[in-house]
Design a protein around this ligand. Structure first.
Ligand SMILES: *Cc1c(COP(=O)(O)O)cnc(C)c1O
Length: 390
């Protein structure tokens, strides 16, 4: 049916293609910051903070050094430490759990919903105790968690959105970062809005929180050299802020490109009968997904990762990029062994870790490149179907 050994390699992501048309503007922005001499929380940072607040529909945005710090700082503002519990999904990037553990608090892992990969509000409700001080829903792969159900489950307990993968994602008409008490964003180069290095921001409508975050990110000093609390050093680099201001102007166009690619995978799934071998991701009602990752499931009958691994190998043989986000659920990570979780405790997180495979989705992927990926998926599905019939 299709090309067995294609000569067209398709990378998982190519940030150079995204940056190339903007290089002149990026270089001009860098030059301006260099000539200004204002490198620490100067005008470039303030401008970018305002742009992000406006983009997300939040009152305030506070820049910091990374998405990881954007999670730690609001937890610090809550005074979270030893003996406190913070509920997070098990199926996420490590930073969500790392932020909680770094402060000496206990991450309490909740399971996910199989259709969206996002935290299960019913499991959150079951895991709330008198020690629960916050819940961190992760908007995984670019789709918002079910914030209404989570708010209902959490009551007065603050929700900190881990929106690192979801800038521009919408939930019933509101954007990620404006749905909970605050939202944490990352500008790591592979995020939908990626800098040329690290960066992060926290969005919130809470003026007191915003003021406290500005103090916490600056060693807790307020005014200068007076430390009422112990903070940390977490700066949004002015150079990154200037670069990100340039890139923000294209963010919506890039999201549309990702959306179009997702739609092309969907129509191919009908044409080539990807199901049941390959299950495509779904978007919940009322949600706008920005597709930071396009993550399919490949289930094996014996519950192992064999079939998923076979698809990844087929893609690798044809020089098509694909990645497993994430191969080990956090409740089974060695560093959390002392928390006492067992295999089988969070079945959906564990199943996802064995079934998921993320495919190239970036907007700069050409139609021809995507056809190469689709042909490979079609071959895999056809082989699976003929084995089933035999
Ligand atoms: C990338 C990411 C982070 C951390 O962001 P950094 O800027 O790399 O520190 C946190 N949570 C999730 C879900 C992420 O994907």
């Amino acid at each position: 049916m299709s090309t067995a050994n294609t000569a067209t390699p398709v990378p998982m992501l190519d940030v150079n293609r995204q940056n190339a048309p903007l290089l002149a503007d990026i270089e001009a922005a860098i030059g301006e910051v260099c000539r200004s001499g204002a490198f620490v929380h100067g005008p470039a940072c303030k401008k970018f903070e305002q742009q992000i607040a406006e983009y997300c529909g939040a009152e305030h945005a506070v820049g910091c050094a990374s998405g990881s710090d954007a999670l730690i700082l609001p937890l610090m503002a809550l005074g979270i430490g030893a003996g406190d519990e913070v509920i997070i999904p098990s199926f996420t990037f490590f930073a969500t759990a790392g932020a909680v553990a770094r402060l000496g608090a206990t991450p309490v892992f909740a399971d996910i919903l199989p259709d969206t990969f996002n935290i299960d509000p019913a499991d959150v409700a079951r895991k709330i105790t008198p020690r629960t001080k916050a819940v961190i829903p992760v908007h995984l792969f670019g789709q918002c968690a079910d914030m209404r159900a989570l708010q209902a489950a959490a009551g007065d307990i603050p929700l900190i959105e881990d929106a690192a993968q979801a800038i521009g994602a919408e939930y019933h008409g509101r954007r990620a970062g404006a749905l909970g008490w605050c939202g944490a964003f990352s500008f790591y180069p592979t995020k939908n809005l990626g800098g040329c290095g690290d960066g992060g921001v926290i969005t919130t409508d809470d003026a007191d929180l915003a003021a406290q975050l500005r103090i916490l990110r600056d060693h807790g000093q307020h005014p200068r050299y007076q430390h009422g609390i112990v903070g940390m050093n977490s700066r949004l680099d002015a150079l990154q802020a200037a670069i990100l201001s340039v890139k923000l102007t294209r963010l919506d166009a890039w999201a549309l490109g990702r959306q179009a690619n997702a739609e092309r995978y969907e129509s191919a799934a009908d044409r080539f009968s990807f199901a049941p071998a390959i299950e495509l991701p779904t978007v919940a009602e009322g949600c706008r997904c920005v597709w930071n990752q396009y993550t399919v499931r490949v289930a094996s009958r014996d519950g192992s990762s064999d079939r998923r691994d076979a698809l990844q190998k087929l893609l690798a043989d044809r020089q098509i990029g694909a990645a497993i986000y994430y191969p080990i659920p956090l409740h089974l990570q060695e560093c959390f062994a002392d928390l006492g979780y067992q295999r089988g405790d969070l079945p959906e997180s564990e199943r996802a870790a064995k079934e998921v495979l993320s495919l190239p989705i970036y907007g700069e992927m050409t139609a021809a490149e995507q056809e190469v990926v689709i042909a490979a998926l079609a071959d895999f599905a056809a082989t699976a179907a003929s084995k089933q019939a035999a």
